[in-house]
Design a protein around this ligand. Structure first.
Ligand code: PNS
Length: 169
């Protein structure tokens, strides 16, 4: 047999992009929900050389892999470049993003429209679980750095990594 039939059904793919420095329960909630909607969810750790992270890109990938392993259909990698190029190279038609509040919307809409204009890729917004609507990696790092309790905001392995990096244990 030749043609598309010989290649089997095409997998439905989506990407969850971000800096993930580090991954929080808010990110994880969006990735988990996307993993139920798509055959394969690619988590793309986008490299921004002008932003010095608390964790290296490899450390972020390792943490994301550890906390998403149970889903079975999540692939984690880093990418240096435009998100639309990541999508093109892997034949990914959809970007899944969490929206925490109206304040996220303006910038997310701009990026979604830019990405769609550049390559036709669609962006799907998932309303964040209200439990995490205030949550960001930056706030987690700030609170943790001052000794605040973030144990309910990040997975256990991330908490351990934060405590170690910040010299809290
Ligand atoms: O977790 P963040 O830092 O809010 O994620 C932002 C991210 C990485 C998704 C966004 O900056 C991005 O897509 N960067 C990749 C470079 C790119 O494609 N820029 C044009 C966006 S329209």
């Amino acid at each position: 047999m030749t043609g598309p039939e010989s290649e089997g059904p095409q997998l439905r793919r989506a990407v969850c992009p971000g800096s993930f420095d580090p991954i929080t329960n808010g990110h994880l909630d969006i990735i988990a929900r996307a993993s139920k909607l798509y055959d394969v969810v690619h988590v793309a750790v986008m490299i921004n050389q002008s932003k010095k992270g608390l964790f290296t890109v490899d450390e972020r990938i390792e943490l994301i892999r550890a906390v998403t392993a149970e889903y079975g259909n999540v692939e984690v990698e880093s990418f240096h470049g435009l998100l639309v190029d990541f999508c093109k190279q892997r034949d990914i038609p959809a970007i899944v993003k969490g929206l925490r509040a109206v304040s996220d919307f303006d910038y997310e809409l701009q990026m979604a429209q830019m990405n769609n204009g550049l390559s036709g890729v669609e962006t799907l917004f998932v309303p964040t679980n209200p439990t995490y609507s205030f949550l960001s990696s930056s706030l987690v790092k700030e609170v943790a750095a001052w000794g605040g309790d973030v144990s309910h905001l990040v997975p256990g392995v991330v908490l351990d990594a934060l405590n170690e990096r910040l010299g809290k244990k």
